[in-house]
Design a protein around this ligand. Structure first.
Ligand SMILES: [Zn+2]
Length: 96
C-alpha cells in the first residue's frame, strides 16, 4: 500500500512549488462552508486577528494559526521573494 508510509500532503497535487500551499483536512463533516465577508478580507501583518482560525499568506500560501485579538504574524514571520511582495493574511478556516 503505497500511501501507508507517505507523509501528509505528499499525494496532494500542487499548483506551484510551495509544499505548504493548502490546509489539509480529512472529514467533510468537520468543516462547513460559509460565505461570510471575513474570508475575503486581506489583512496586514500585525493586525489584531478578527476571528480565531487558520490564515493563509496571499504572497506565498503559507498557513498560520492565529487567535482572536492577538496580532497576526509580522512581516518578518517568513521570507518572501520580491515577486511575492508583502506578507498579507487571509482567513481560510474560522474556528471561533
Ligand atoms: Zn508569505
Amino acid at each position: 500500500m503505497a500511501y501507508a508510509t507517505s507523509s501528509l500532503g505528499k499525494h496532494i497535487s500542487r499548483k506551484n512549488n510551495n509544499p505548504k500551499t493548502m490546509a489539509q483536512y480529512k472529514y467533510n463533516s468537520n468543516l462547513e462552508q460559509n460565505q461570510h465577508q471575513a474570508f475575503d478580507q486581506v489583512l496586514h501583518p500585525g493586525t489584531p486577528t478578527p476571528y480565531s482560525g487558520i490564515y493563509r499568506c496571499e504572497g506565498c500560501g503559507v498557513n498560520e494559526v492565529s487567535t482572536h485579538t492577538h496580532p497576526l504574524p509580522p512581516q518578518n514571520h517568513h521570507q518572501h521573494t520580491a515577486q511575492q511582495g508583502a506578507v498579507r493574511w487571509k482567513l481560510i478556516v474560522a474556528t471561533h
